[in-house]
Design a protein. Structure first.
Length: 174
């Protein structure tokens, strides 16, 4: 049975940024663990995870959307699936995924995260996919959500890891 991991992250294409380089490492790690990696298919963090995955012998699936942009995915994808509507894209990114990794992004990343979280929280606790937020950029945002909007029983859905080594360790130990 295939194992799927999905990466949510921005489309900014600064290939020298810390997040871009880290996300290549993340893709490589996921490939080494036997995950097929799903992402939005475009540039930025989506390209980085695809590059790390495919250059390490894994499979990266990009799910693009006509409503968002072009249907062609980035050059590192093993496969591109083009959807008509954003909801269809999000469904494919979320469905059958056991690990979600969140990198720096914008409104699109946040919409993916919150839809996935809403679905995850309804699963029985032992069967919930894991969601990992990478980097200190998430600390204040998530602390604010926990203190104002998110009930304590759902705080466990938000797992912040400081960097890629901490992410690898957390995934291997969960």
């Amino acid at each position: 049975m295939k194992k799927y991991a999905a990466l949510f992250g921005g489309s900014g294409n600064n290939t020298n940024s810390k997040e871009y380089l880290e996300t290549i490492e993340i893709g490589s790690f996921l490939a080494s663990q036997g995950y097929t990696v799903k992402n939005g298919g475009y540039e930025g963090m989506m390209e980085a995870v695809s590059k790390g995955t495919t250059e390490s012998g894994g499979k990266a699936i990009g799910i693009t959307c006509r409503q968002v942009g072009p249907t062609e995915g980035n050059r590192y994808l093993s496969e591109t699936i083009a959807t008509e509507k954003l909801y269809d894209r999000l469904k494919l990114l979320i469905e059958n995924t056991s690990i979600f990794i969140v990198q720096r992004g914008g409104i699109g990343t946040l919409s993916e995260v919150f839809l996935a979280l809403d679905i995850i929280r309804k699963e029985p606790q032992g069967q919930r996919p894991k969601m990992y937020f990478v980097g200190a950029i998430w600390d204040n945002c998530i602390d604010s959500l926990k203190s104002t909007l998110i009930p304590a029983k759902e705080h466990c859905l938000f797992q912040v890891v400081k960097d890629v080594p901490a992410l690898r360790k957390r995934i291997l130990n969960d």
